[in-house]
Design a binder for this molecule. Structure first.
Ligand SMILES: Cc1cc2nc3c(=O)[nH]c(=O)nc-3n(C[C@H](O)[C@H](O)[C@H](O)COP(=O)(O)OP(=O)(O)OC[C@H]3O[C@@H](n4cnc5c(N)ncnc54)[C@H](O)[C@@H]3O)c2cc1C
Length: 436
């Protein structure tokens, strides 16, 4: 333990990052009666769910069946509110299964509520800086808040920071980008327009506003990368959500890249907003409503784990004896180095795959897990597994495994994987042991 820095608390499990994966991990671990600290560098939890407000939750229903577990509990709370705060809708892109649309403020409120009910100690505005290591074992974490540097000692560390800062600092090897050229998917600034007369939109059947996109680009009013303006009606009436402003060739772990992308993306959102008001029937009285505070990062580090999920596993619908979550998300490669997005559908073939637990375990550090979009996967598999539902399921499995290893005083890799799967099944996780 670093002697010059104040130790705030002795914990059983520290989870880094309050996105879907970190939420799932913290709730699952804390419900086992453990002392769990969740550190989130922002002032809100939800990860992309909060920072790209309105983004639908994908891949929650592989083959029409809920993945179950904590995601299911969360969604049921939203579905059963009066009025309902979420609904399941057919995706406008045929390559994808149904998506869940929701009131993002109520969703975030519900995440906070579930964390509190589970007894998780939440630290907002707390940025994890580095793990404290004793040879190949993590003993704590150093984090930064308004008062400076502090430490928390822990028995297990779960890195759900998206970019995998703790695993990287612990020396776990990683890759970034595609295998050929290291190109990562584009980052995107999402936004909604309010006061839209949705029923007047002529190109309603085109999810990309193709005709207008071409007109805007050829007249120099829209950036050339806006050739496909992906849109759909938002959860609330008279709103349209846009996931269309993609900035390519950005490394999400480079703060200068991200700052530059955020500035450029805001300009393009403004262009789009003005263009729509002037050109498209139904948008005349509209305004830019909710806008993401910055660009959302789809992909950065993918760690080397005990097992690596590959595109072949995804496309063959592979099941594993240590599979912890089911997924049928399309391989959703958004503008990897070019302005072309490629979606390869799994639902078209009626297949889904499972993600093995071993994809969250490093080879050499014994009490560290990584969950969410930084797991051990090749670039094709990552492009599918990264959906919010799957990330929450991975987090739940990581949190459950952490509890089991602490109870049994075993290294995480030495816990019995069959028993872990059984615990997840008892918690309502569906489709494990190849039984989907
Ligand atoms: C533009 C965009 C569009 C997408 N579209 C969809 C979609 O339509 N449907 C879908 O299901 N998925 C979609 N995704 C994918 C999905 O949102 C992410 O892959 C998923 O949220 C990843 O979950 P996570 O918990 O691993 O990471 P994140 O959601 O990124 O959460 C990571 C959290 O860790 C925190 N953090 C980072 N570093 C630290 C630190 N050092 N200390 C403390 N906290 C830290 C961050 O602030 C953040 O809250 C999209 C992603 C993007 C970027």
């Amino acid at each position: 333990m670093q002697k010059d820095i104040k130790n705030i608390i002795d914990s059983d499990v520290v989870v880094i990052g309050g996105g879907p994966a970190g939420f799932g991990a913290a709730v699952a671990a804390s419900r086992q009666g453990l002392n769990v600290c969740l550190l989130e560098s922002g002032n809100i939890i939800g990860g992309i769910m909060a920072t790209c407000p309105g983004m639908p939750i994908g891949a929650a229903y592989p083959n029409g069946m809920s993945i179950g577990g904590i995601l299911d509990e969360f969604l049921k709370r939203l579905y059963t509110m009066n009025p309902p705060a979420a609904e399941k809708r057919k995706c406008r892109l045929t390559e994808f299964g149904p998506e869940v649309f929701y009131d993002h403020e109520i969703a975030i409120f519900t995440l906070f509520e579930m964390l509190q009910e589970a007894g998780v100690k939440l630290f907002l505005n707390a940025t994890a800086l580095e793990p404290i290591l004793d040879e190949n074992k993590v003993t704590g974490v150093i984090y930064y808040d308004k008062n400076g540097k502090n430490t928390i000692s822990t028995k297990v560390l779960i890195d759900c920071s998206g970019d995998g800062y703790m695993a990287a600092k612990a020396g776990v090897p990683f890759e970034k980008g595609d295998e050929a050229q290291g190109q990562m998917m584009a980052v995107s600034l999402t936004f909604s327009m309010g006061n839209v007369e949705v029923d007047k939109i002529e190109e309603y059947d085109d999810p990309y506003f193709t005709k207008y996109a071409q007109k805007g680009i050829s007249s120099g009013r829209l950036h050339e990368d806006l050739h496909k303006i992906y849109w759909f009606p938002g959860f609330h009436d008279n709103t349209i959500f846009f996931n269309a402003v993609h900035i390519k060739d950005v490394d999400g772990t480079n703060p200068f890249d991200v700052t530059g992308a955020a500035i450029e993306a805001r300009k393009r959102v403004r262009q789009l907003g003005n263009f729509f008001k002037e050109e498209i029937r139904g948008f005349e009285k509209s305004h830019i409503g909710t806008m993401a505070p910055s660009v959302g990062v789809r992909e950065t580090r993918r760690f080397e784990g005990l097992y690596r999920l590959s595109g072949d596993h995804v496309f063959s619908g592979r099941k594993f004896s240590d599979g912890v979550v089911c997924c049928d998300n399309a391989v959703d490669n958004v503008c990897r180095g070019s302005n072309i997005s490629e979606y390869i559908s799994l639902i078209k073939y009626g297949i889904y795959y499972q993600v093995p637990f071993r994809c969250m375990l490093p080879r050499h550090i014994e009490n560290l897990l990584f969950a969410g979009r930084c797991i051990s996967a090749d670039s094709a598999a990552l492009a599918s597994v990264r959906g919010m539902a799957t990330c929450m399921g991975l987090g739940q499995a990581a949190g459950t495994a952490a509890g089991k290893s602490i109870r049994e005083k075993k290294r995480i890799r030495n816990i019995n994987y069959e028993e872990l799967i059984q615990e997840l099944r008892e918690y309502g996780v569906n489709g494990l042991n190849g039984s989907c």
